[in-house]
Design a protein around this ligand. Structure first.
Ligand SMILES: Nc1ncnc2c1ncn2[C@@H]1O[C@H](COP(=O)(O)OP(=O)(O)O)[C@@H](O)[C@H]1O
Ligand SMILES: [Mg+2]
Length: 286
């Protein structure tokens, strides 16, 4: 697998700060994957994104973008990346469409603005000034902005934050399609749903350090409880029992229960990513 980014021993300190915000982290983002950086507020996620998009310089360590030192890249780098900032940046006195046309004008490669705006449900509001947009509409427009140049790598910082489930779904579908078309995504989030539904690999970030890189599935296998919960009727009440998944085919008690005809529900008790995060890092995301 080709690395879109190879980050080695990266540290960073804000000029106004006495301590490093990013502390000796290393990771790779492979071409064509959705890489998720997950962690609580203040962990350093946005800082890492800002370093990777060359908004913050003066870092220590090395960062390579498709094998080239990030520091050596010219402004043509910005032709290749799309960025969704944590806080949407628009001209509030201009309409949504005027904003998108303005930003699109910076690029040689240009996506179809109407198509993107239609998809996120904003085309009908294209002539409305962004000042009159709701928070959710600004978040959606922010995503369109990130896609304006058909980017090779897409950076998304808390991309679904503040969206209702329907609109979050639309954006997630668009991210998945972008990846299916060969795009690479660097996604930072504190929302487990985003990670579980989208990411090929994730890394936990706590206090400027990275804790564990893995796939959501492997993490669940490693840390997950392998159990089945059965709810059944007994003397007019609903009771429940938990059985280990291993060897369940030979578990007489479980089989008797199934045969009793009184089973109401059966669920496998997967450990949620949220629980795994706490297990691995010792930090509660909330
Ligand atoms: N411009 C800045 N100057 C000094 N400290 C900052 C600046 N921006 C962020 N920080 C600090 O760096 C840490 C990481 O912030 P950030 O990268 O925004 O975290 P996250 O995105 O994970 O919530 C926080 O403690 C934050 O207060
Ligand atoms: Mg952030």
């Amino acid at each position: 697998m080709k690395a879109a980014f190879s980050v080695e021993d990266l540290s960073f300190r804000y000029p106004s700060s006495k301590e490093d915000t990013i502390r000796r982290i290393s990771f790779e983002v492979y071409e064509g994957e959705i890489f998720g950086l997950l962690g609580p507020s203040g962990a350093g996620k946005s800082t890492i994104q800002k370093i990777l998009i060359k908004l913050l310089g003066n870092y220590r360590g090395t960062i390579k973008y498709f094998g080239k030192d990030l520091n050596s890249l010219s402004n043509s780098y910005y032709e290749e990346i799309g960025v969704g900032f944590e806080v949407p940046v628009h001209f509030s006195k201009l309409t949504a469409l005027e904003n998108m046309k303005f930003f699109s004008g910076f690029y040689k490669k240009r996506a179809n603005i109407q198509e993107l705006m239609e998809r996120v449900g904003l085309w009908e509001y294209r002539n409305v000034k962004v000042a009159e947009f709701s928070k959710g509409m600004k978040v959606r427009l922010n995503f369109v902005r990130a896609m304006l140049n058909h980017p090779r790598v897409l950076f998304l910082d808390e991309v679904t934050n503040g969206l209702d489930p329907k609109n979050a779904r639309i954006i997630k579908d668009m991210i998945a399609e972008y990846r299916a078309g060969g795009g690479t995504v660097f996604l930072t989030t504190h929302l487990m749903n985003d990670v579980e539904q989208l990411c090929d690999r994730i890394v936990f970030c706590v206090d400027g350090r990275l804790v564990e890189t893995s796939t959501p599935r492997d993490l669940k296998l490693k840390y997950g409880k392998r159990e089945v919960k059965v709810e059944y009727r007994k003397n007019g009440n609903i009771e429940s029992a938990i059985f280990p998944l291993d060897g369940i085919g030979f578990n007489n008690e479980f089989q008797d229960l199934l045969r009793s005809g009184k089973v109401e529900t059966i669920h496998s008790c997967e450990t949620s990513m949220e629980e795994i995060f706490i297990l691995v890092t010792g930090v509660d995301l909330k």
